[in-house]
Write a protein that binds this ligand. Structure first.
Ligand code: FES
Length: 113
């Protein structure tokens, strides 16, 4: 009965090679990656810039906000998600360009990515 209320830890796999075991379903993918010292691209952390976009390859996530404000319909159809707004519901595997420049180095602007 108690297990019904206990959050089960899940694992986060990045680019099929980096595995973060025992992360919580209460932490976003971005939070879990940064806590593991992964240089995950990000900027706003609130779902408005798109810098943390990544592709969900396997698993399920709960999205905290509607990513359609930031991601195009085509990107969403291809499985793109916002790491800062996605809580893992199961073990997940995502693909992300870890060599992406931080958004802070680019001209400011918003729009579909
Ligand atoms: S860090 Fe800006 S949308 Fe996730």
């Amino acid at each position: 009965m108690l297990s019904m209320f206990t959050a089960k830890p899940v694992s986060l796999t990045i680019n099929d090679e980096i595995v973060i075991a025992q992360t919580s379903v209460k932490h976003s993918i971005l939070t879990a990656a940064l806590a593991a010292n992964i240089a995950f691209p990000h900027h706003c952390r609130v779902g408005s810039c798109g810098a943390c976009r990544c592709k969900l390859v396997a698993g399920e996530v709960k999205q905290l906000t509607d990513s359609a404000y930031v991601l195009s319909a085509e990107a969403i159809a291809q499985g793109m998600i916002l790491a800062c707004q996605s809580l893992p519901k199961t073990d997940v595997n995502i693909h992300v360009n870890l060599r992406q420049r931080p958004l802070a180095d680019e001209p400011q602007g918003h729009g579909h990515v």
